[in-house]
Write a protein that binds this ligand. Structure first.
Ligand code: CMC
Length: 432
């Protein structure tokens, strides 16, 4: 069988390019040797039409709103309720764990949940009110100072050790950054608690008074973390891969991922959504104002929690969270329904019938409803993106590992088209 080719015609030149097809029908023209062999660049500034790797981790079909982890549809992680740890294992170890493997993994996380006391003391020097995302990125990077033996990974066992340290300690760091921002004492992890419950304990217990963990809150957190666990080559994951491509260690690569995630167009959108909903609730804005502002090209305002580079349909994660919100509110036995949920529903209703959003295929994304659930769990707004990071960490780790294991993988080094001043002479200072 002859290999499939695409033909690029440029002037009188015809260039044959290999074609790659993914298992779900994605088609890509392989231009990786185009520059080397023909001195031609491809131009795709935000990589919207460029596949930077072949991956076996996550599949998304944005037109149909499909998301699968290692082939399993995201909806099955809701109906069959695995825990986040199981999903993390699936992503990083490429298979669902047996009961024994799951218990071993849980024990490994348990054994790594404490922070080195010297690392913990570093929180003292961070000013109260410091953004938790800044603390998270700094502290993940700092872990490299305390695990210097794991900066270069020689085998899968060492990789698993670093993965476990990161997945376990990120909770402890995240909760500590919140405690620090509130001037509250640090709470040690409790090895008897499950992953999500342990995080809630570190966030909300006080010395000598254990926080009472509601199963509804624990379940909702588990769901949120699972839904964020991976999302193929998004901005933060692409960052982790880029940093990792220089053979930077896993701690540094994940810390870089946190920084990328912080941006309001990416993970930081969940904070923006909350500010927007509160703004409407407090009377500064109406849902109609928001829609008008979002459509106004002279106004930088965007309808946060709407739109997605890949999804041109309802983000399946948003659908799950929207449907879960009513259930969670009733399970939490909240005296009254959060008025912000009604505002979100109204915004959604207006946007989904507005030609601006319809024509551009802008639908709610994962950040639209996640904040309302986090708020119901008393997670403060400045921790929303941190929660996203805790969820996304297994995805970053799995993607870094996949890159690490790719034979002959090269450093990421995009090209550019120079459009600046042609060669010119230096002008001495006194003559300028
Ligand atoms: N509100 C108003 N207009 C929008 C929005 C929005 N939320 N999103 C996209 N548009 C418009 C945009 O102005 C553009 O219009 P035109 O064609 O007239 O120039 C068109 O829709 C296409 O948008 P784009 O910015 O070219 O699309 P993109 O793929 O580069 O950006 C996005 C994707 C998610 C950054 C963008 O939709 C956005 O800024 N949304 C709001 C921020 C947000 O919710 N981010 C969370 C993303 S999901 C979770 C995650 O991955 O972090």
């Amino acid at each position: 069988m002859t290999a499939e080719k695409a033909i690029l015609t440029l002037g009188d030149k015809k260039i044959e390019l290999p074609v790659i097809r993914g298992t779900e029908g994605d088609v890509a023209v392989d231009v990786s040797r185009l520059y080397e062999e023909h001195r031609i660049l491809t131009y795709d500034p935000s990589l919207g039409s460029t596949a930077v790797c072949q991956s076996k981790i996550t599949f998304i079909n944005g037109e149909e709103g499909i998301l699968r982890y290692r082939g399993i549809p995201i909806e099955q992680f809701v109906t069959k309720t695995p825990n986040f740890i199981e999903v993390a294992y699936l992503l990083i170890k490429e298979k669902l764990p047996t009961m024994t493997e799951l218990l071993e993994f849980r024990t490994l996380l348990e054994n790594n949940e404490l922070l080195h006391e010297n690392l913990r003391y570093q929180f003292r020097n961070i000013p109260a009110g410091a953004p938790p995302m800044a603390q998270l990125s700094a502290m993940l990077s700092n872990l490299a100072c305390f695990h210097r033996d794991l900066l270069v990974l020689d085998n899968d066992e060492e990789f698993l050790q670093v993965a476990a340290r990161l997945i376990s300690k990120i909770r402890t760091i995240a909760a500590s950054s919140y405690r620090r921002s509130k001037g509250l004492p640090y709470i040690y992890p409790d090895p008897n608690l499950r992953y999500c419950a342990n995080f809630l304990h570190m966030m909300f217990s006080i010395p000598y008074k254990q926080y009472e963990i509601s199963p509804a809150v624990e379940d909702a957190l588990n769901l949120i973390l699972i839904l964020h666990a991976d999302h193929e080559q998004n901005c933060s994951t692409a960052t982790v891969r880029t940093v990792g491509s220089a053979r930077a260690n896993l701690f540094a690569s994940c810390a870089a991922g946190v920084s990328a995630l912080w941006g309001p167009l990416h993970g930081g959108a969940n904070v923006e959504v909350m500010e927007m909903l509160k703004g409407i609730h407090d009377g500064g804005l109406s849902p109609e104002d928001c829609i008008r502002m979002a459509k106004d090209k002279q106004n930088p305002f965007r309808l946060f929690g709407f739109g997605h580079r890949i999804y041109k349909n309802y983000d399946p994660r948003a659908k799950i969270l929207r449907d879960a919100s009513d259930k969670v509110f009733s399970q939490l036995k909240m005296k009254e329904r959060d008025p912000l949920l009604d505002i979100a529903r109204k915004l959604e209703e207006l946007a989904l019938k507005d030609p601006y959003f319809v024509e551009r295929k802008l639908y709610p994304n994962v950040d639209f409803y996640s904040g309302i659930l986090l708020r119901a769990m008393h997670i403060p707004t400045n921790m929303f993106t941190v929660m996203f990071a805790i969820g996304r960490l297994p995805g970053w780790i799995a993607q870094w590992k996949e890159l690490h294991d790719t034979p002959n993988s090269k450093i990421m080094r995009p090209r550019q088209i120079y459009v600046g001043t042609p060669k010119t002479d230096y002008i001495p200072r006194e003559k300028r």
